[in-house]
Design a protein around this ligand. Structure first.
Ligand code: P6P
Length: 337
């Protein structure tokens, strides 16, 4: 007999495990859950209504903003604002952080950083995409509006992190520091059911994910590691399998469950990599560590990087611990000339 536990019930059941649990984090998850359902509905209709395709606008990154990017950003923002627990939000789709200064949010003790729809260039070709979120307690005085310092905290200070993957099924995967738990959405009744409790990622994986089209630009150590993955060595089950969807949440989710490594190195035209530290790398880094994996920039633990800018990027190596250790070895053995 399987147990039917919803995301809402599970968060409340487990809230006693949060330090200083006051039920507020549970309420915050309610906002994220609601927004995920609303965005999921629009994504599922995307092929049917004129909401796909470019919005004609650009985001802070100068990337063509897809209409669903904007819709997802506004939906998460509205849901978080309504709860009154969040003092402000930073987003890939917002130039600066957004202070929630309304009277009912002034004392909000949390800030949320989000990539509301990562991989959105895949929307029109029906490839899985995702939302990634990261939650901190604010550090500035609750008597005043939220400050930049509330958002520029290292990933090791997160109180919750997770993602929603909008794929063949929609799932929410999160951690509050007590393991990683996955919930699958049942659209017929509009609930997320616990489907993957205490996710552990295999210490060794057989999948490597990187855009090999950039091979010639990669650091020497990355080139050597890719060749290592492709060598014939049955004892170590090589060659590995190459899988790269071009949608971070989809590649990460598959590797989390099956084992594997995702790499987005730095190279000449991306000297600090492409992925953003605060709302892409930090939340996924905490999740993978909570599941037994590892995440670095090639030298440092992602979660220990002290942020200096809201939209700063970082080289990103994340996944099965033995695989991340191995690429780090190659990076140190073959330092960039
Ligand atoms: P490239 C999507 O734009 C994204 O941020 C991630 O979802 C994805 O893994 C990566 O960029 C793909 O980048 O340069 O390989 O197309």
């Amino acid at each position: 007999m399987t147990k039917l536990t919803t995301l809402g019930e599970y968060v409340i059941l487990k809230q006693h495990e949060y330090p200083h649990a006051t039920g507020e984090l549970s309420q915050l998850f309610g906002a994220l859950r609601l927004a995920a359902k609303v965005v999921n509905r629009e994504i599922n209709k995307a092929g049917l209504v004129d909401i796909t395709g470019a919005s004609g606008l650009e985001n802070i990154q100068g990337e063509q903003q897809q209409k669903l990017d904007v819709y997802a950003n506004d939906t998460f923002k509205a849901a978080l604002l309504a709860r009154g627990l969040v003092a402000g939000m930073a987003s890939e789709e917002e130039v600066d952080f957004v202070a929630f200064n309304e009277a009912h949010t002034a004392g909000g003790k949390y800030v949320v950083l989000i990539d509301p729809l990562d991989g959105s260039s895949n929307i029109d070709v029906n490839v899985s995409i995702g939302a990634i979120f990261s939650i901190y307690r604010r550090v500035s005085s609750p008597d005043g509006p939220v400050q930049l310092e509330d958002f520029l905290q290292p990933g090791n200070r997160q109180v919750a992190a997770g993602y929603v993957i909008f794929g063949s099924s929609t799932m929410m995967v999160y951690t509050t520091g007590n393991g990683v738990h996955g919930f699958t959405f049942d659209p017929s009744i509009g609930v997320f059911y616990l489907s993957h409790e205490n996710i552990r990622t295999p210490e060794e994986g057989l999948i490597y994910s990187v855009n090999e089209g950039n091979y010639v630009k990669f650091p020497e150590g990355v080139k050597k590691y890719i060749k290592y993955c492709q060598e014939m060595d049955p004892d170590s089950k090589r060659p590995y399998t190459s899988r790269y969807i071009g949608s971070l949440v989809a590649d990460f989710h598959r590797n989390l469950l099956k084992g594997g490594i995702y790499m987005y190195p730095s190279y000449a035209n991306a000297p600090t990599g492409k992925l953003r530290l605060l709302y892409e790398c930090n939340p996924l880094a905490w999740l993978v560590e909570q599941a037994g994996g590892k995440a670095t920039d090639g030298n440092r633990r992602i979660l220990d990087i002290e942020p200096t800018e809201l939209h700063q990027r970082t080289p990103f190596y994340i996944g099965s611990k033995a695989m991340v250790d191995k690429v780090e070895w190659f990076l140190h053995e073959y330092p960039q000339q």
